[in-house]
Design a protein around this ligand. Structure first.
Ligand code: MN
Length: 184
């Protein structure tokens, strides 16, 4: 099943040119589902929010990144499922390739699913920068599938924090997006 779910991912990429994973192996030592938020300086800067579900990383592009403030709603556009081994990918996707630009792992950790409905997914994240319950809420406009990523009240809710602005570095390498863009 996971193989078919990755056909769009593979179709979009030329693995002779990009160093992104082909998705041929599972992430070693994975126990329990993970989430990852990758900062991606493509044609427009965004944050890719990914949740391990059914053997793949279900993915949304969040232009402004996650907030810790429950009053802030962040647009989240679904993108194709990614392979599990994408979770630790950092590097520069070459010019001319799909998603060209620099990628860092902005935050990652384990998560627990709290609720899953067709148009609502609630997860409890255990990251280094973002923590506690978040909701993804489907709010389509016309034919475009779009969701909102919203911090829920409780653990990790803090209207004064702004980790997207104040904690820009990778949690894996300590590098910032410009470091990777200039020296991949
Ligand atoms: Mn992206």
């Amino acid at each position: 099943m996971a193989k078919n779910r990755l056909s769009e991912y593979r179709h979009r990429r030329d693995f002779r040119k990009t160093k992104e994973p082909k998705g041929s192996r599972r992430r070693p030592g994975a126990d329990g589902p993970i989430f990852v938020i990758q900062k991606h300086a493509a044609s427009t800067l965004h944050y890719d929010f990914r949740l391990e579900i059914d053997g793949v990383l279900r993915s949304w592009a969040v232009p402004k990144g996650p907030s810790t403030d429950p009053s802030q709603k962040r647009l989240a556009i679904p993108t194709e499922d990614h392979p599990l081994d994408y979770a630790d990918f950092e590097g520069r996707i070459p010019d001319g390739e799909y998603g060209a630009g620099a990628v860092i792992v902005w935050d990652t950790g384990s998560y627990e699913k709290m609720k899953e409905e067709d148009d609502r997914l609630e997860v409890y994240l255990r990251g280094k920068k973002v923590f506690g319950p978040y909701a993804l809420v489907r709010m389509d406009r016309d034919d475009d599938e779009q969701w909102l990523l919203v911090k829920m009240r409780g653990d990790g809710a803090d209207a004064r924090r702004n980790p997207v602005g104040t904690e820009p570095a990778s949690v894996l390498s300590g590098r910032e997006i410009d470091d990777v863009r200039e020296r991949p």
